[in-house]
Design a protein around this ligand. Structure first.
Ligand code: ATP
Length: 347
């Protein structure tokens, strides 16, 4: 049975450096939550504190409602997978996976059964007698995953588990981890700095910056409605235009735009964010709206990327190639988008 994670006002200082500042986060039982952020933003520190490898400067950690302060790592019932696999090189695949059960003094019959079932689950049965040095990176990571779940941990923590693998293997394992997580309704806290991984795998994404949570939301919400420029930039490609709100319109060097009618916003400096795939582009001049000069059209197979100079700003537009637009560099283009697809940002 998986369980919930509750982190309350968690801080970790190293000397005078704040690696984590007052982080509060709840993960419900069976939820897959990803911590996403640049290097040094504090993601691994959260996992280490949860696993008990490090102690917080202040704050609380509860697993299944039980405080973990002072509880030794091996008594927390937490499975952990690292980027560098961390397998025991002198043990076979079977013995590596059996290890957590042996240290828990489980009976031999149970060990045989459990290891066999996770070997099946991770599709590693035929490699059970091999040593880690005789396995590929992807296979080693499957063994690490099998070892982390063999003792039915209450939560599974994964620190960039796909980081050392090539693109093809990453794709494959991404879906396998999801399949296993769903099958057993596991609570997973996953760390990555890869936005695609975060968007594809998670029920909820938590973006971290300088030891604090910048935004947490569903993958769709955080992609479509970032609350800061940092989040908009970190997740996917974005056009961010600097200008001013003036009587319900956004005014910038390239013209005047309608703004989304979501919330009342005071007049003043701000930014508008619009994703490249939400912009329509066609040849011509837009008298009432936004026009620019096409600097470059880059063919990408399924889509084309258009780079448009527009009143001192550069906008990126991405269109599917179902109907070729035949636009050439140097031509005048007009750009349109639905105001509700744009986001007003104030920081
Ligand atoms: P990455 O993606 O590179 O793994 P991260 O987001 O996981 O980064 P953390 O490993 O949590 O980042 O580190 C957060 C900050 O705390 C970093 O600036 C790091 O240098 C610092 N830090 C971590 N551990 C220690 C330590 N033992 N002593 C001093 N500083 C530390």
């Amino acid at each position: 049975m998986s369980t919930s994670i509750e982190i309350k006002n968690l801080s970790r200082k190293f000397g005078s450096f704040h690696a984590l500042r007052n982080v509060t986060l709840s993960v419900t039982a069976g939820e897959f939550v990803t911590l996403l952020g640049p290097s040094g933003s504090g993601k691994s520190t959260v996992l280490k504190l949860l696993a008990g490898f490090d102690q917080p400067t202040s704050g609380e950690i509860l697993l299944g409602g039980r405080s973990m302060l002072g509880v030794m790592p091996h008594l927390r019932n937490v499975g952990m997978v690292f980027q560098n696999y961390a397998l025991f090189p002198h043990m076979t695949v079977f013995d590596n996976i059996a290890f957590p059960l042996r240290v828990r003094n489980e009976p031999t019959v149970k060990i045989e059964d459990k290891v066999a079932s996770v070997l099946d689950l991770t599709r590693m049965n035929e490699y059970r007698h091999r040593y880690p040095s005789e396995l590929s990176g992807g296979q080693q990571q499957r063994v690490a995953l099998a070892r982390a779940i063999v003792f039915d941990p209450k939560v599974l923590l994964m620190d960039e588990p796909l980081g050392a693998l090539d693109r093809h293997l990453r794709e494959q394992l991404k879906f396998e981890i999801k399949r296993i997580q769903r099958q057993f309704n596991m609570t997973v806290l996953f760390v990555t700095h890869d936005q695609d991984e975060a968007l594809v795998m998670s029920d909820r994404v938590v973006v971290m910056r300088e030891g604090a949570i910048e935004q947490e939301a569903s993958p769709h919400e955080i992609y479509a409605r970032p609350v800061t420029r940092f989040v908009a930039d970190f997740l996917g490609e974005s056009n961010i235009l600097a200008g001013e709100l003036h009587q319900g319109h956004f005014v910038f060097g390239g013209g005047k735009l309608n703004t989304p009618k979501r919330r009342s916003q005071a007049d003043g400096p701000c930014w508008i964010m619009i994703r490249p795939e939400f912009i329509d582009i066609e040849q011509g001049e837009e008298l009432a709206g936004l026009s620019g000069t096409l600097r470059e059209a880059i063919y990408l197979g399924e889509s084309t990327r258009y780079i448009v100079d527009c009143g001192g700003s550069t906008l990126i537009v991405k269109r599917q190639n179902r109907i070729p637009l035949g636009l050439e560099a140097g031509c005048r283009v007009c750009l349109r988008w639905d105001a509700k697809d744009s986001v007003v940002l104030t920081r």
